[in-house]
Design a protein around this ligand. Structure first.
Ligand SMILES: NC(=O)c1ccc[n+]([C@@H]2O[C@H](COP(=O)([O-])OP(=O)(O)OC[C@H]3O[C@@H](n4cnc5c(N)ncnc54)[C@H](O)[C@@H]3O)[C@@H](O)[C@H]2O)c1
Ligand SMILES: O=C(O)C(=O)C[C@]1(C(=O)O)C=C[C@@H](O)C=C1
Length: 376
């Protein structure tokens, strides 16, 4: 079997079975297929399973298939413990992992199930999309992203290595934590952000349509994940309710303070209101500067060029190609589209040392560069 160029210890050689072939299960399956693994798929929805097989992600599992060496449960969090326990019983030699966004409740249930839980190691790839389902799967979804490995006290070292190798084979960066630390961490970086984004987007239901027609990048940045699947996120949030509630309490205090000061200000009192606004924005600046940049490095400043991109097929590709020809590396990109306009606005982030070259080369090739400046 062709491997991603990694390790001798904990190498999976036999077939991999993926249970739950939605966004994450199918992305893993496609990535493993591309590396030459033999992949089997199972999902309670026959339509989903057929779609995943049609996408070339593997073969539908049946009892005549060879015994898997690794089983990956990629089902909603509230059914993962049961699926892991069943897999440990059905496949007595297999290592079993799950990829659910919550870990403590699943680990507790598996360890108390009476099954052979030393072959179980939890895990969680920190990559995804706001859209569920196999149709949105991507074999490169995990590339460069953290993948948390969450052994229980009973997990064997071999099982841990196999799950680490899975992450590495898919281009992810494994990092190990216990279930409690994992759940607290993801409450901060994933679960509370999801709820805040949803709450913010829900406020738009009461906004007049002329307000929505003015929506720009700020609103899009803060509400992208509000498109997420309510069923999946109900199970995620319910599975990590304690740590999430603790952070929401702090947020509630901050909000109550801000509301009180703003109301005092609007009623004519000057005391403390301006200070609280400045404190909120400055604390936000400090918080956002703690988010690591690409590949987990400390965040650094990029230069940003804003370029008008004609709304025609192939134009964005041409922009990438022509920046590449000028030997300018794109570090990040955002696109803004205004409804009914013939142009989109691409904000391309690049190394500040390349800014002059990029501007000159783009203008030489007929692009309209709107502005050049600093970005984070
Ligand atoms: N979406 C993300 O961004 C993301 C990222 C990392 C981890 N995860 C975790 O990965 C898991 C899958 O999420 P997803 O985004 O792929 O969801 P999804 O809705 O796209 O896919 C879930 C799949 O599980 C199947 N399923 C439902 N009940 C099942 C059961 N009892 N047994 C087996 N399969 C069952 C569904 O038919 C569906 O195909 C979840 O536990 C989620 O917390 C999600
Ligand atoms: O990129 C997104 O859309 C995601 O929401 C991915 C995201 C996250 O919060 O980072 C969502 C849930 C997962 O458990 C892991 C990753």
């Amino acid at each position: 079997m062709q491997r991603g160029g990694f390790v001798n210890q904990g190498d999976v050689k036999g077939p991999v079975l993926i249970i739950g072939t939605g966004l994450i299960g199918t992305s893993i399956a496609l990535g493993l297929r591309a590396l030459g693994f033999s992949v089997y798929l199972d999902d309670p929805s026959p339509t989903t399973l057929a779609l995943t097989v049609d996408m070339g992600a593997g073969l539908a599992w049946d009892s005549s298939a060879p015994m898997p060496e690794l089983v990956i449960v990629a089902a909603p969090p509230d059914v993962c413990a049961q699926q892991v326990t069943d897999a440990l019983q059905r496949f007595p030699d297999a290592i079993v992992t799950d990829v659910a966004s919550v870990k403590q409740a699943i680990a507790d249930d598996v360890c108390q199930s009476g099954s052979d839980s030393k072959r179980y190691v939890g895990s969680h790839p920190m990559a995804g999309r706001a859209r569920s389902g196999a149709a949105f799967a991507d074999k490169d979804l995990f590339y460069g992203r953290p993948w948390v490995i969450v052994p229980t006290e009973q997990s064997t070292q071999e099982a841990v290595m196999i799950v680490r190798n899975l992450a590495i084979d898919l281009g992810a960066v494994p990092t190990q934590m216990d279930a409690h630390d994992h759940d607290t961490a993801v409450a901060y970086v994933s679960h509370v952000p999801q709820l805040v984004s949803s709450l913010l987007a829900a406020r738009l239901l009461g906004a007049p349509s002329h307000a929505l027609s003015l929506a720009g990048q700020g609103l899009r940045d803060t509400t992208r994940i509000a498109q997420s699947d309510p069923r999946l996120w109900t199970a995620i949030v319910a599975g990590n309710a304690g740590p999430i509630a603790a952070i929401l309490h702090d947020l509630e205090d901050d909000l109550a303070d801000a509301v009180e000061r703003l109301e005092q200000y609007s009623q004519g009192s000057q005391v403390g209101a301006i200070g609280v606004i400045s404190d909120i924005v400055a604390a936000g600046n400090r918080g956002v500067s703690r988010i690591p940049g690409k590949h987990g490095q400390a965040q650094r400043s990029w230069a940003e060029i804003e370029v008008l991109v004609p709304d025609r097929p192939g134009e964005l590709g041409r922009l990438f190609t022509e920046l590449g020809q000028a030997e300018v590396n794109i570090e990040d990109l955002t696109l803004e589209h205004a409804a009914g306009k013939k142009y989109g606005l691409a904000r391309v982030q690049i190394d500040p040392a390349s800014i002059l070259t990029a501007t000159e080369e783009l203008e030489k090739r007929g692009w309209r560069v709107i502005s050049v400046g600093e970005s984070k």
